[in-house]
Ligand binder design. Structure first.
Ligand SMILES: Cc1cc2nc3c(=O)[nH]c(=O)nc-3n(C[C@H](O)[C@H](O)[C@H](O)COP(=O)(O)OP(=O)(O)OC[C@H]3O[C@@H](n4cnc5c(N)ncnc54)[C@H](O)[C@@H]3O)c2cc1C
Length: 579
């Protein structure tokens, strides 16, 4: 089938739905999503959304912007961070007015709690800035936005997986999507296309990310020649459930939870004397790994997969049941413990991609020096860049609603005068050929995709994890490049056309392999430590040589070339980070 819309939004998470809502004010808009929108990973966001409402402590957007810049180790584009903090306030009230059931203070205001790296007066003291709906904030955002999209006649194509983008020079004119129910390839023509496909943490073994987090949008655009920005900065959240990676929200520490090593010591006193357990995530993840390798983990064997305790037992039953009920539920389900009575075993878990598809502050995709026409991105798949080298907790949800909305508004204007999309008749051919090859390889004894998936996760976890060095990253890059080659030989077992989820998971693996190559190459290239990119062989931040964004491109053979883009440091001068 060939469909035609003014605007096609790829992805029905927080960023996609907010953009669709805005775009639909003037554009005939479709959301094309591989999942039912309510199953998007935004629904898993627990802790909160940051906005300087000042409902409990005095707060200002300017302080929020500064914390974002400092938290990102000064790789943040500062005007983008300012827009983020300024517009967060309006966006949160907008969600409230659209029906989001926020938790409340005694006075009936939106409740706010502490989160890592959020301070008042440029670092003086911790501030309560995270607005939340218990520990189900993301779930409530999705519900609110989805019902508003339905009301605005946005059309939804669910379980349609986008597998290719259609470009006419530097103008985007549509996408190609695979329909799960029938196995058919469809063309969606559009004056404007926005990617809002979320993250790609599944390339790591221990991750908090959903199975669908396979980086489809960035990989599709990377193959179309768009350079990827700052992929070396991948956040490890300090508190994933031991060996499973399932997230224990920072909100637990926001409510007063404490990290303890195997000896029962509150080790964060050593690493961040002021902010303690609510220092930024990169710092705490490194502290945990350092404790574990020094033999002060719970097992004490000095092995990297040892773990520490997150203790919330002193908070009392009422706080746990009211403020972090889902966490209590997870602990009962996955660990058979109640956090009211027992500390939780935790270790760092791959959580968030700071880098991704480069955009300007209107969500338009930009390469090193120019914007593409009719091509947009927002949310975790994009890099605007407000998270720099390390994202602060609660700032992703803000990113979705501020930049998802801005991209949607820009699309609403752009489509009014944009030309009708021109799409060649054979636009679906490249995708059809990739899928045909997977079927044709059947029975020829090529690579085993299940085993390849495991190998990818192992090498990325071991070699491009919390701590990195040249030798390890070279191993990861060469592993990923050879798996990428091997991918051309893989086949599926399932020959049927309808509900062939196997084909889709193979295409997802291909996306992860491509992004894994780009991530390892970008990390190997950056010879300094900054935010989440921490190198044993280059332990210091080096602003003289490295205060710049990476722009990495890959050719058909998996060779990566790296270019750079300046960082906007027009408001605050970069300083060493002290917490
Ligand atoms: C467990 C967990 C807890 C978190 N907690 C918080 C928090 O408290 N606060 C905070 O600020 N951040 C939090 N984050 C981060 C934040 O939730 C995510 O970064 C954010 O929700 C991503 O939103 P998104 O709209 O970019 O993508 P998503 O919500 O993941 O949506 C992606 C959409 O893209 C679609 N899609 C993907 N690929 C394709 C394709 N090929 N074709 C068609 N559709 C496609 C999917 O169907 C989906 O609808 C958390 C993350 C996790 C994993």
């Amino acid at each position: 089938m060939i469909y035609e819309f003014d605007a096609v939004i790829v992805g029905g998470g927080g960023a996609g739905l907010y953009a669709a809502l805005e775009a639909s004010k003037s554009a005939k808009t479709a959301v094309v999503s591989k999942l039912y929108p309510m199953r998007s990973h935004t629904g898993a966001a627990q802790g909160g959304i940051g906005a300087a409402l000042g409902n409990i402590d005095e707060d200002k957007p300017e302080w929020h912007a500064f914390d974002t810049v400092k938290g990102g180790d000064y790789l943040v584009d500062q005007n983008a961070a300012k827009i983020l903090a300024d517009e967060a306030v309006k966006a949160v009230y907008d969600l409230e007015h659209r029906g989001l059931p926020f938790s409340r203070t005694d006075k009936g205001l939106i409740s706010q709690r502490r989160f890592g790296g959020h301070t008042s007066e440029f670092g003086k003291a911790a501030v309560r800035r995270a607005c939340h709906a218990a520990d189900r904030t993301g779930h409530m955002i999705l519900q609110t936005l989805y019902q508003q999209c339905i009301k605005n006649d946005v059309e939804f194509y669910n379980e349609f997986q986008v597998v290719d983008v259609i470009m006419n020079g530097t103008t985007c004119t549509g996408v190609v999507a695979f329909e799960l129910a029938t196995g058919e390839l469809h063309i969606f023509k559009a004056k404007a296309v926005m990617f809002a496909t979320g993250g790609f943490g599944r390339m790591f073994r221990i991750t908090s990310n959903a199975h669908a987090y396979t980086g489809d949008g960035p990989a599709i655009l990377a193959r179309a020649g768009v350079p990827m920005e700052d992929l070396e900065f991948f956040q490890f959240h300090p508190t994933g459930i031991r060996s499973m990676g399932i997230l224990i929200t920072e909100g637990v520490r926001g409510e007063g939870g404490i990290l303890k090593n195997g000896k029962g010591e509150r080790f964060m006193e050593e690493y961040a004397p002021t902010l303690l357990d609510l220092a930024p995530r990169d710092l705490i993840s490194r502290a945990i790994v350092t404790e574990v390798l020094a033999g002060r983990g719970v097992r004490g064997d000095g092995k990297i997969d040892d773990y520490v305790w997150l203790d919330a037992t002193h908070l009392g039953r009422e706080t746990v049941e009211k403020k972090i009920p889902d966490i209590q539920d997870f602990c009962k389900t996955y660990l058979a413990i109640d956090p009211v009575e027992n500390a939780m075993p935790v270790q760092p878990t791959a959580h968030y991609a700071m880098g991704g598809i480069p955009t300007d502050t209107d969500g338009r995709v930009v390469n090193t020096n120019e914007a593409y026409n009719g091509l947009y991105a927002a949310g975790e798949c994009a890099c605007v860049s407000v998270h720099g080298a390390n994202r602060l907790g609660t700032n992703s949800l803000v990113d979705l609603i501020v930049y998802g909305r801005r991209a949607g508004s820009h699309i609403a204007e752009y489509v009014k005068s944009a030309p009708a999309p021109v799409v060649p008749d054979d636009a679906a051919e490249p995708a059809r050929e990739r899928i045909a090859r997977i079927h044709e390889n059947r029975g020829k004894g090529g690579g085993n995709p299940g085993e390849m998936y495991k190998r990818m996760q192992e090498t990325m976890m071991k070699n491009v994890g919390v701590y990195r060095d040249e030798e390890n990253m070279k191993v990861a890059l060469s592993d990923m490049q050879s798996m990428r080659q091997e991918f051309s030989t893989v086949s599926g077992q399932d020959e049927t056309a309808d509900f062939n989820a196997e084909i889709l998971s193979l295409l997802e693996l291909e996306n992860l392999l491509d992004l894994g190559v780009l991530t390892a190459a970008s990390a190997l290239n950056r010879q300094e430590s900054r935010g989440a990119h921490s190198r044993r062989d280059y332990p210091e931040r080096n602003d003289d040589d490295w205060l710049k964004h990476t722009m990495a491109s890959m050719d058909e053979n998996g060779n990566v070339t790296i270019d750079y883009k300046p960082v906007d440091v027009s408001i605050w001068e970069p300083k060493p980070r002290v917490y």
